[in-house]
Design a protein around this ligand. Structure first.
Ligand code: AMP
Length: 194
């Protein structure tokens, strides 16, 4: 990786707007956007081994096991040896994933520069995901019980990462409610100050 610039973990519960915001940020900062959810969905659509392994977990709103997810993420990063930096969207989601990401980036003489979390109240998340489910074609957005399970798992397994990055002074919380543009501006303020 030549002269890495910024590696950003875009964080927040399902429906917080990570994917939407990542599409703007990757253009502006010329970063590679890796959404682990998108990679899994691509593999499910193409009926690969990885997709077949991930599907059962995703349909229930459960996390795909770390052993599968970490290897997949590493392979995605390796596809972009000349990247200026990455936006990680939906990864890491567990402490082991966060440690694996640290080790991977360290091996490339770089690091996570910031975890930026989009903060959105649970009721708004459920509303947004049900709305998205009308058009996204995602089975995990179509069912309120699965949506609530994904949010529950976020608090059980993923939210602890806030402390992981806070202890390294890399955590930044941003209000994730408002117009798409106003939220993008809040994110850019954080990134520009890094
Ligand atoms: P997302 O598109 O980020 O909402 O992810 C959709 C689903 O993909 C999640 O509910 C998980 O089943 C799976 N998934 C995505 N990223 C990860 C990850 N980092 N670790 C484990 N499972 C993941």
């Amino acid at each position: 990786m030549k002269r890495p610039c910024k590696n950003i973990v875009l964080f927040g519960p399902p429906g917080a707007g990570k994917g939407t915001q990542a599409t703007f940020l990757k253009e502006k900062y010329e970063l590679i956007h890796i959404s682990t959810g998108d990679v899994f969905r691509f593999n499910i659509k193409n009926q690969t081994d990885l997709g077949n392994q991930a599907k059962a977990y995703m349909d229930k709103g459960l996390l795909v096991p770390d052993s599968i997810t970490i290897n997949m993420l590493a392979a995605e990063v390796e596809k972009h040896p000349h990247a200026k930096g990455f936006i990680f969207d939906g990864f890491p989601r567990t402490q082991d994933q966060a440690k694996a990401l640290d080790a991977l980036l360290q091996s490339k003489k770089t690091t996570v520069h910031a975890m930026i979390a989009l903060e959105v109240a649970d009721d708004i998340l459920v509303e947004r995901l049900l709305e998205r489910g009308k058009t996204s074609g995602r089975p995990d957005d179509a069912n309120e019980a699965v949506i609530r399970n994904r949010i529950k798992i976020y608090y059980q397994e993923t939210d602890v990462l806030k402390a992981y990055y806070q202890s390294q002074n890399k955590y930044f919380g941003v209000d994730g409610v408002g117009t798409i543009l106003s939220i993008t501006e809040r994110l850019c303020d954080v990134i520009d100050a890094l």
